[in-house]
Design a protein around this ligand. Structure first.
Ligand SMILES: [Fe+2]
Length: 324
């Protein structure tokens, strides 16, 4: 709009010069000629104003379109094209802008493809690593994959943002990676662990956290790995964190891990049914499990098993929590 006003003002100023010359000439003409000269001058001035207004409006509209296009690019909407067809400098600017916009869209698409390929590669590497952990103990085969899946489902139920969901999936998949440092006789032992064996077993979250802590894209997942045996009431390990001191990703992986342990066949425990496992989880709500995370897990389970009966927690028949 300012460009439009400036162009109009310039035209008006430029028109005053011939008008002044005309005024001087009038001093030498007679009355009869005066009227026709004045009419011609007024008509010329009006035509000049109308033409300049039309030109200024077109110029101003084209510049506005380029500005709107530039703002769209700044917002990440690459590929936006500006509809300017003028054959002047503004038209050339729009042509260059459109070319730049198409190039940016093409680079953006290529970047997205590369990022997706990179993430798929990361995930394949992580899955291979978790298979190696699960292979140490035939009873936990597929456990890491399932914990990754349940963690993701609980995160979605809690409406966590996309970045945190990814950390949750990686954290769930890798939660027991520290068991690489635990010997197979301890991992496979069906009877209760001795205090020494338990001490070795309890090192696995810290070992896992150490393994992952320097991997940039697994930084958040490493927090889940390190703290997945912390308990809401502060009686967990390795640091005895309590409540919201425990990273949310770790609280979620803890719930998913416990749920899968309840539902799996282990040397020291038969697989529980849905109602029985829900009863165990309800008993752990507020002691081991974050109540909000527990409630989200229950919602996910009930969607998957809509005819499941209510948990048996109130009837006092819940079995003890499984060894994870
Ligand atoms: Fe664990």
């Amino acid at each position: 709009m300012r460009l439009f006003r400036s162009t109009l003002l310039l035209t008006l100023v430029a028109s005053t010069v011939p008008a002044a010359v005309l005024g001087l000439l009038l001093l030498w003409v007679d009355q009869a000629q005066l009227r026709s000269v004045l009419l011609s001058a007024a008509a010329g001035l009006l035509a000049a104003l109308l033409l300049s207004a039309w030109f200024a409006r077109g110029l101003s509209r084209d510049v506005s379109r380029v500005v709107v296009g530039a703002l769209e690019i700044a917002r990440g909407r690459f590929g936006r094209q500006v509809p300017v067809t003028s054959r002047n400098e503004i038209g050339e600017l729009a042509y260059t802008f459109n070319h730049m916009s198409r190039e940016l869209a093409s680079y953006d698409q290529e970047n997205r493809r590369l990022i997706a390929a990179l993430e798929a590669g990361y995930l394949a590497t992580i899955r291979a690593l978790t298979s190696a952990i699960d292979a140490k103990d035939p009873y936990t085969r597929g456990h890491s994959q399932r914990v990754g899946h349940w963690s993701l489902e609980i995160g979605r139920e809690l409406r966590l943002p996309e970045g945190e969901l990814q950390a949750l999936e990686y954290g769930g998949l890798l939660h027991d990676i520290g068991k690489i440092g635990v010997t197979e006789p301890i991992l496979r032992k069906a009877s209760p662990l001795t205090p020494e064996e338990m001490a070795v077993m309890r090192e696995h979250p810290a070992i896992g956290g150490e393994i992952l802590k320097d991997v940039e894209f697994l930084r958040e997942a490493a927090r889940a790995v390190r703290s997945h045996h912390e308990r809401w009431d502060g009686s967990g390990y390795p640091e005895g964190l309590a409540g919201e001191e425990i990273p949310l990703v770790a609280r979620i992986v803890n719930a998913a891990d416990t749920w899968d342990a309840c539902r799996s066949q282990r040397p020291y425990q038969a697989a529980m049914g849905v109602a029985e496992a829900l009863a165990v989880m309800a008993r752990l709500r507020g002691t081991q499990l974050d109540p909000a995370v527990h409630d989200a897990l229950v919602q996910v389970v009930r969607r998957r098993h809509p005819i499941s009966p209510e948990p048996a927690v109130d009837r006092g028949i819940a079995p003890p929590a499984p060894r994870l």
